[in-house]
Design a protein around this ligand. Structure first.
Ligand SMILES: [Zn+2]
Ligand SMILES: [Zn+2]
Length: 184
């Protein structure tokens, strides 16, 4: 494996969070929606269930997306530094639930959005350090803007995992080929 397990997990979670908003479609519109999201994407630490908590997580999405959209490594690095600066990150080792000693960078009672932001930022900085930002991709489907993390060995992933994009695009390509052969 090329990246630490923590890093891979945090990247995948960051992508999932970014993908909760897609144009006008937003999956995190209210506190109940955040609750549902967190039951599938659990984070350890304190939950408040407040509007403020929801607003914080929602506001984080464009920030995280900007790392995917950064035109170069220097820009990405400065975005990640900005994110880290908002989180009051202080690294320490911890052991909880079924997880052996691992790194946390925020206290369990820090605001949820800060904890998510710090985890994502630590993973991003790993990528930047290893000059592997190419792993952060935006779905290649013409009608999809979702982000993805390509952890495949040959870095060949083109489509997001959330939608049905790979299938949809293959079918479209197949139909286009058929049309061409009929015209010939
Ligand atoms: Zn932990
Ligand atoms: Zn897609």
């Amino acid at each position: 494996m090329q990246f630490a397990h923590d890093t891979e997990l945090a990247l995948v979670e960051a992508a999932a969070l970014v993908n909760t908003v897609n144009g006008s479609e937003d999956q995190l519109t209210d506190r109940a929606a955040l609750e549902r999201y967190l039951s599938q994407h659990p984070y350890s630490g304190q939950r408040l269930g407040t509007q403020e908590e929801l607003d914080g997580v929602r506001a984080l999405r464009p920030q995280l997306r900007s790392v995917w959209e950064a035109p170069d490594r220097d820009t990405a690095a400065s975005i990640v530094n900005q994110i880290l600066a908002t989180t009051d990150a202080r690294p320490y080792l911890t052991r909880h639930d079924q997880y052996d000693w691992h790194l946390h960078v925020t206290e369990p009672d820090a605001p949820l959005s800060q904890r998510i932001a710090a985890e994502a930022a630590m993973a991003f900085l790993d990528l930047i350090r290893m000059d592997a930002l190419g792993r952060l991709k935006i779905c290649d489907a013409t009608d999809c803007n979702d982000v993805l993390v390509d952890l495949s060995k040959n870095q060949s992933k083109r489509f997001c995992a959330t939608g049905n994009c790979a299938n949809r695009m293959h079918v479209a390509a197949y139909r286009a080929r058929r049309r061409d052969s009929h015209q010939a």
